[in-house]
Design a protein around this ligand. Structure first.
Ligand SMILES: Nc1ncnc2c1ncn2[C@@H]1O[C@H](COP(=O)(O)OP(=O)(O)O)[C@@H](O)[C@H]1O
Ligand SMILES: [Mg+2]
Length: 444
């Protein structure tokens, strides 16, 4: 914004805000527009799969329309708005041309000063528009677009941040929107925290806002009926208005168990813990993997098995009757699709625990990819995962050493409540995660 002010040009990078829903991406876009004194427009690219939706149709077609960008310009009536294009990661491809190529042409400051929309059929200068894109999953952004964009990450909020946002913004806005005044209703900080912890499970603050709105509405009913309103919303009142249906917190394992390992997962909705279960049964040397695991995660399971077999001697595992058994690996919450390599260490630990019959400590969770030689490799989404571990009652979190740099972004209060163990190799993981009754594992 400083450069734009000094040079009065919009040329430069295209911003892309990446983060879970409700973390303030759209709000920031609006703020940028306001502070630059420009108009703001917004369109969604979700489901756009036809090149013509970007570039427009020729007017000879029946029902022809201009492309999405020209349409938005027509709507705001100025040629230099801040234009937010949401869900760039949900752009898809079809046999009707590649919309990402057309989009690139429209966004790229090198070529968009004479963009041709087929509907207009004359070059139109898009270079005065400030484009801001948003996405949930950075992995799904088309590569050529990614190259030209400046990515700004919007990580999920921790409880303290949510409470501050609710106190300073959300409650004030909801009080006014529901026809109340600050005299009618006040929220105590404890009550807001209680709502965050028991009635929402999200990265952003959308559900939190809905809950607060619900409370405001109930007070509005009383006020509209002419009743006395001078409420201070505390925990008891929250329970009265929102009911007793708390979300059950994800619980860490309750006892040390053989073949069950706690992993950490990341999704656009934030971090969560997951359990990896391994079990053996009579059979014929087959491996079964369930829980809607994606291809990458299945491969992690194969790597884990190969590692265990090739190091069986060192691990004190007897493979003599192996072919008489089947191995089954399952990741519960079977309806939710899961993927990614970051459960590698956890799957390996579960399998080794199963074969050595040594239980895994219940208070330990881990994240990390594993190589065929047992090396712990870097993963993404560490902040969310660690916050989720703490919430679930985990005490020790094992992370790949290469992820140490990411700890910088994690709030001190979270880190000080956990014992973070950076590791380079699965051997170190086993030494930390397995209970001490060392039957077998001599070398570890
Ligand atoms: N840091 C923040 N400060 C104040 N309000 C916030 C913040 N983050 C999110 N919000 C509020 O949360 C709601 C959802 O934000 P939004 O910008 O729509 O998120 P996104 O576009 O990332 O999904 C908005 O009402 C916004 O005001
Ligand atoms: Mg948004």
């Amino acid at each position: 914004m400083a450069v734009k002010k000094l040079t009065e040009e919009t040329r430069g990078s295209i911003l892309c805000l990446v983060g879970p829903p409700g973390t303030g991406k759209t709000s920031i876009g609006k703020s940028i527009a306001r502070s630059m004194g420009r108009k703001f427009v917004r369109a969604s690219l979700g489901g756009v799969r036809d090149e013509a939706e970007i570039r427009g149709h020729r007017r000879t077609y029946i029902g022809s329309m201009p492309g999405i960008i020209i349409k938005q310009l027509r709507q705001v009536g100025v040629r230099n708005p801040v234009m937010m294009l949401d869900e760039i990661d949900k752009l898809s491809n079809s046999n009707l041309g590649d919309p990402s190529a057309a989009l690139l042409e429209a966004l790229d400051p090198e070529q968009n000063s004479n963009f041709i929309d087929h509907y207009l059929d004359v070059p139109f200068d898009l270079s005065k528009i400030m484009f801001i894109l948003t996405a949930n999953y950075p992995e799904y952004i088309p590569e050529p677009l990614l190259d030209r964009m400046e990515i700004i990450e919007f990580p999920s909020y921790i409880t303290r941040e949510k409470v501050a946002i609710a106190k300073n913004y959300i409650t004030k806005r909801q009080i006014i929107q529901n026809g109340l005044t600050p005299k009618d209703i006040k929220f105590t900080e404890k009550a807001i925290e209680f709502i965050v912890e028991n009635f929402t499970r999200e990265a952003g603050v959308r559900k939190l806002e809905q809950r607060i709105e619900k409370i405001c509405r109930k007070v509005a009913v009383i006020k509209a009926k002419g009743g006395k309103t001078n409420f201070s919303i505390d925990i008891a009142k929250v329970k009265e208005y929102l009911g007793n249906k708390f979300l059950t917190p994800e619980m860490a394992n309750r006892k040390n168990e053989i073949g069950i390992c706690t992993g950490l997962a990341w999704s656009p909705a934030g971090g969560s813990i997951l359990f990896i279960e391994a079990t053996l049964m009579k059979g014929s040397d087959k491996v079964k993997i369930t829980g809607r695991l994606g291809e990458v995660m299945r491969e992690s399971a194969e790597i884990a098995i190969s590692y265990m077999k090739s190091n069986a001697g060192k691990l004190g595992i007897n493979l003599k009757n192996f072919e008489k058994y089947d191995l089954h690996i399952h990741v519960p919450d079977g309806a939710t699709p899961k993927d990614g390599p970051s459960a590698g260490l956890a799957i390996t630990t579960a399998i080794i625990s199963l074969f050595t019959k040594i239980p895994i400590k219940k208070e330990v969770a881990m994240t990390g990819e594993i190589s065929l030689h047992g090396k712990a490799m870097e993963i993404g989404g560490l902040k969310e995962k660690i916050i989720a571990a703490l919430k679930a009652g985990i005490k020790t979190v094992i992370i790949p050493k290469d992820n140490l740099k990411d700890l910088e972004d994690i709030p001190k209060e979270v880190l000080s409540a956990l014992d973070i163990k950076p590791v380079k190799h699965i051997n170190e993981v086993l030494a930390i995660a397995l209970t001490n009754k060392n039957r077998g594992l001599k070398k570890v």
